[in-house]
Design a protein around this ligand. Structure first.
Ligand code: ZN
Length: 141
């Protein structure tokens, strides 16, 4: 599957921005990242017109809505947001509410940071995109 291009152009004589990733691995699940045109999003019964991104662990998909005029950084943050939803679901935070006497902040951060560190290490291309890191390849002049 070809990598999608990004909307923020390389500066003249600069480097190519990392392309939009087409998949992201979150622990055992590899999600297909679907960059969905706004008109297709609105016509799709799997998505809500109020949302700008959705993740579905059953189908193994993350859909990112290409809102007209959205900046690439907005889309990057939306992808990270969906990855964090996946972390939340996989950390059992939905299933096991924390006891009131525990330090909830430390507990939540510990659960999510272990997952996120693994996800970052497993997906260098995805985080090159989110971080807007640049490829070493020079942009065509
Ligand atoms: Zn959300």
């Amino acid at each position: 599957m070809p990598k999608a291009t990004v909307t923020d152009p390389a500066p003249k004589g600069g480097k190519q921005p990392a392309p939009r990733p087409v998949s992201v691995k979150v622990l055992f699940q590899t999600y297909a990242v679907i960059w969905m045109r706004d008109d297709i999003w609105r016509g799709c019964d799997l998505t809500s017109n109020d949302n700008i991104g959705e993740h579905n662990p059953v189908l193994g998909t993350m859909r990112i809505r290409l809102v007209p005029g959205a900046t690439e950084n907005y889309l990057r943050e939306t992808l990270l947001h969906e990855i964090l939803h996946s972390c939340w679901a996989m950390s059992d935070l939905n299933e096991k509410p924390l006891p009131a006497d525990e330090d909830q902040e430390e507990n939540i951060i510990a659960r999510v940071s272990h997952l996120l560190a693994t996800i970052i290490l497993d997906n260098p291309d995805v985080f090159a995109y989110i971080g807007a890191q640049l490829y070493k390849k020079k942009a065509p002049q």
